[in-house]
Design a protein around this ligand. Sequence first.
Ligand SMILES: Nc1ncnc2c1ncn2[C@@H]1O[C@H](COP(=O)(O)OP(=O)(O)O)[C@@H](O)[C@H]1O
Ligand SMILES: CC(=O)N[C@@H](CCC(=O)OP(=O)(O)O)C(=O)O
Length: 275
Amino acid sequence: MADVPSVVIKIGGSVLERLHPSFYEACVSLNKRGVRVTVVHGGGPVINRLLERSGIRPRFVRGLRVTDAETLSWVQMALAGLVNKDLAARLQGAGASAVGLSGVDGRLIQVRQKDPSLGYVGEVTGVGADLLSSLLEKGWMPVVASLGVDEAGQIYNVNADTAAGAIARALGASRMVMVTDVPGIYASPEKKEGVLRTVTPAVVRGLIQSGKISGGMLPKVSAALSCLKGPVQEVLIVDGEKPISLDGTEEDGWNGTRIVQEEGADHVVSHIPTV
Ligand SMILES: Nc1ncnc2c1ncn2[C@@H]1O[C@H](COP(=O)(O)OP(=O)(O)O)[C@@H](O)[C@H]1O
Ligand SMILES: CC(=O)N[C@@H](CCC(=O)OP(=O)(O)O)C(=O)O
């Protein structure tokens, strides 16, 4: 797997319905240039809408949804049903051989219960990388909904940033792109100013400690930091409402935040194959 470039793209629920039309073509174009593309998605706002329609108030603890049995069934409907099939169909419409799956199918996302007080929220223990690799080798573009399954066959709700990070590590991806509703990490989030261009994990840890990174950005940067300890060389955080650069090169109109491994931006970036 290592010699064929592989990229994981995480699409946040925050931007799902407002994705720039060129996003789908960008995924297809990357794929056509020989890069194996795996899409992982969330869908928090879609889950919230279904819950609210059935009179259930969404509840979060440290950014994770408290998921009882009834909530879990709405999570499954939203992620594995609505969002997954919608995204797969849109990618197919742009010319991709997209195949929609959830983390339950083929035990793609293996989990155990994270914390009993959160209910059916899964902590990732493994990834069915063989199935993903087989699909990728045959030219498919997997589109994975962030559900997981434990050894007893119980389904769990998994944060999509965490799921994407685990998949990127397991596939030996060189890059993870997190598509969201902000143009990157703000140095001053309260003013929505100062998008950081290239940062190392040490800088990100400092921003967490000073409270500059919070809410939905926290699981994103935690997933980024943990996959940068493995094969992933860079994590890009980009605005899904704008035309997106999935290559992360200046020529490609790149904008957003790039998180690189600790050794330093120049060294690492110069070794990333741009295909
Ligand atoms: N320093 C920061 N820079 C940018 N966004 C931040 C920062 N700190 C917190 N955030 C919040 O993180 C949100 C993105 O996370 P989230 O809403 O969970 O998106 P997604 O659904 O794409 O995963 C932003 O809309 C913003 O409100
Ligand atoms: C455990 C947990 O919180 N799961 C998330 C799964 C969806 C998700 O992560 O969607 P975003 O990408 O929109 O954040 C949830 O229920 O909202």
